[in-house]
Ligand binder design. Sequence first.
Ligand code: ADP
Ligand code: ZN
Ligand code: ZN
Length: 655
Amino acid sequence: MFCNIIVTRPFDQYFTYKLKKGQIVKEGTIVRVPFGRTKNQLGMVIETMRTLPEKKEYKLKNVEYVFEEILLSKQIIRLINWISDYTLEPRGLVLKLFLINNKIFEENKIEQKNNLFKPNVVKLNNDQAIASQKIKDLLFKFYSPIVLEGVTGSGKTEVYFEIVEEVYKKNKQILIMVPEISLTPQLEKRFLERFGFNPEVWHSKISDKKRKSIWSRSYLGEPIVVIGARSSLFLPFKKLGLIIVDEEHDISYKQEDNIRYHARDIATVRAKIEKCNIILSSATPSLETQNNINKKKYKHVFLKSQFSGIELPKIELINLNENLLKKDKWISQPIIDELTSCLNKKEQALLFLNRRGYSPLSLCFECGYRYQCNQCTSWLVMHRSKKRLLCHHCGVIYPIKSDCPKCESKESIKLIGPGIERIQEELGILFPQYRIGVMSSDVANTPNKIKNIVENFENNKIDILVATQIMAKGYHFPNLSFVGVLDADAGLTGGDMRAIERTYNLLQQVSGRAGRANKRGKVLIQTYFPDQEVIQSLIKRDRKLFVQQALKDRETFNIPPFTYMTSIIISGHAKSQAESYAQKLVQHNFSSKNINILGPVEAPIFLLRGQHRYRILIKGSSRKLLNEYTKFLLKKYPLPPSLKRIIDVDPYTFM
Ligand code: ADP
Ligand code: ZN
Ligand code: ZN
């Protein structure tokens, strides 16, 4: 007997192996096979055969080991094929997402676990009850997304918990996806309070033992609830009944390293294939999702006010052209005044600045030299707390020097612009008697550290928190009454096609952190462009207007969701070689007006880790056509071994 196997390596095609006597396999069986120099590569059988053309037989290798008890379902196989066809990632690597590593299959006992299901009854308000009923009416029969939109603090979580309860009672499995690990601790806690047992938490940092246990229990169809980051999507659930994509608009759902995919989009496909319900929850649904609502492909339920009944925080602008900032200071007087009054009332404040570190640019005031990464097109960011300069693109660390490395002037380095550490310093001088915390991916880089900061803020152990976008998401702090946004303009200039949407969402989300529990909050936004349309629709809280306008713009300029895009990024150590290969790719004369090729251009980060990068953007009127064309190109012009090539289907970053 013989079988064709997809191995967990970067190949799209299958490989044929011989079966040893007594080995029984079928489509979906997981096996271990020798491959290249490794002895135990995981793979999945896709078909078996009695005979082969004679000539091939002698050099075939044997299947090493058959995991008799493990069989991926037809649905999962379909999903693997779909992901590979859509993202143009080789089937073998997509399979690897599901099989993870050999440790999952090691022989050892799985801990038995029984969830003590003791739900707390929660009384929903009118809006919530209507939304919940609408969703319940669609349970087990409508498998396209249901969008649960609600202003920040409206109680979306409680609504989807109702649905979780309903589905869990039917002994089905449930997956709740969050865009970042940092959101798991608070949700885990709320889940425990609501249901009386701990959900399973799945992300890249959990232990091997835990990983194996969750994988196996998903596979065995045990009734579990998993709260997970992107990769939880690839658990082998046998009885999936519900997927919730929390904060569905969050671009962290787009996976950018290794394999590129958009977790929300794949969740949607998985729901369709598995015939299970899916809820997309957000205060700021993405324009893609909004477009699907408009086209009636998705159902939509809406919570219009905060659960507390308190009005949404008042948003006011501070025009920095009038309220001039003092030299090397970044907090305007109106924010200082508001902070003072907030702290006097023993309430808490959040200052938002989406910039890590102390200062984004270090410059010699004698010769104009700027500290720059040797490997990348990027300025070095000063991190004072860690006493070093850091490249945010490649992570390389440089020592801090006060003398100029170029003209050798003494003490000539000037720090330009603020990061959150610098704001913390400024606050320390203004409010020496208060506790000031910072939160960014530098200090909150493990679930535990995040939990600590969040708990300290919840328990009033921090008075003012200075934070990056990491804090803009889903958190709930009852005593937080004032939010100051220090630089609303940062996201509006020179960005990509989603910059405006991202900024709007970010500001709307940050604003939503204030005044959620028992008093109306206040938001002050510093800007040099108070008349900007985005800023205006934000303070008027007119999201509808914003969405309408933004979708119209996207249609006019022919960008997604009104067209399909694929990026190709070519990089190489040798500039000329990378450039000429990129040129070759676009020169092919394709006779279709439905395909549009732009580039190649030097990428905005032209040099990254010492590699020169070129970008090509292909647009097409259908995904199928676009993928066919991309595949054709890649096959016709094989990649020279010294170059690297990234295919990014539905790109979100254009750097
Ligand atoms: P959202 O996810 O929409 O931002 P949350 O679900 O976090 O809002 O709800 C905001 C706050 O209101 C939370 O403290 C939550 O516990 C509370 N809340 C929401 N719905 C209810 C309810 N039906 N009963 C009691 N408290 C609720
Ligand atoms: Zn100098
Ligand atoms: Zn670098």
